[in-house]
Design a protein around this ligand. Structure first.
Ligand code: XBP
Ligand code: MG
Length: 252
């Protein structure tokens, strides 16, 4: 029986990667006097690694072998991440980034149907609450029973740990939940935790491997603007994701 929906954040609830995290990283680099600049295609490659601190380290290893790390490099990374989080939350507060199609409607309908909602993300807790407040509703964070975010588990996605942690907090088993993801690292994490998963794609993740997903969709869809289904099992099907449809997919 379906009791809870667990949502990834970046790329799933909103297109925050290209228009939120990326410019916030660049603003942080400028603020501390670094000449690093992540353009849209490069940021796509950097998403191979989840977590902002981990992503900055990966950038240095992979793309800036010339960069000489200072003795306090670990502190610099921690500081850059704090500055980046400040820029990111300011960006959300200053007009926000809209939720993806169907997200707000499904969250509302799920609550009305008595389902619990949870977040399972690698981003920082402040970033999640800022998005929910500015893009969902003033009390958006309160819609969620559990917000599992950031460094709460040491092993980030594709490790399943964040989903396992969220389910422990909910007191539920994987069979009672469904996950929503937009990326290969994300679905590896959710499926690794035993969760059936609905994938919605975006420009960064369209080509990812979503094998085993319950359905792969352009987005969650609205009555007036239906999703397009992209996986072989339902290719071309149109509709919108609501609770009865989720129950039917889960029952197989
Ligand atoms: C997205 C991520 C994060 C963000 C940056 O996670 O991989 O690293 O890009 O966040 P998800 P921080 O899709 O699981 O929400 O800089 O706060 O780490
Ligand atoms: Mg994501």
């Amino acid at each position: 029986m379906l009791k809870a929906l667990l949502f990834d954040v970046d790329g799933t609830l909103a297109d925050t990667e290209r228009d939120g995290h990326r410019p916030a990283f660049n603003a942080a680099f400028r603020e501390v006097g670094l000449d690093w600049d992540w353009d849209v295609p490069l940021y796509g490659e950097l998403q191979a690694v989840t977590g902002g601190k981990e992503r900055m380290r990966y950038y240095i290893e992979r793309f800036r072998p010339d960069y000489e790390k200072p003795a306090d490099f670990d502190e610099l990374v921690a500081k850059l991440h704090q500055v980046k989080t400040r820029h990111y939350t300011q960006l959300l507060a200053a007009g926000g980034i809209p939720l993806r199609p169907g997200v707000k409607r499904l969250l509302r309908e799920a609550r009305e149907a008595g389902l619990s909602l949870a977040v399972a993300t690698t981003t920082t807790p402040e970033n999640v609450t800022a998005l929910l407040r500015h893009s969902l509703a003033e009390d958006g964070a309160d819609w969620f029973t559990v917000i599992a975010a950031g460094d709460i588990v040491p092993a980030k996605k594709p490790a399943p740990d964040i989903y396992l942690w969220a389910m422990r907090q909910l007191g539920l088993r994987p069979e009672e939940c469904l996950a929503f993801e937009d990326s290969e690292n994300g679905i590896r994490a959710s499926q690794g935790a035993g969760l059936k998963t609905v994938a919605t794609v975006n420009d960064y993740t369209r080509g990812h491997d979503f094998s085993g997903a319950l359905a792969v969709l352009s987005d969650l869809g609205e009555v007036e603007a239906p999703y397009r289904r992209l996986d072989a099992a339902g290719l071309g099907e149109q509709g919108y994701v609501d609770v009865p449809r989720l129950r039917a997919w889960l029952a197989g």
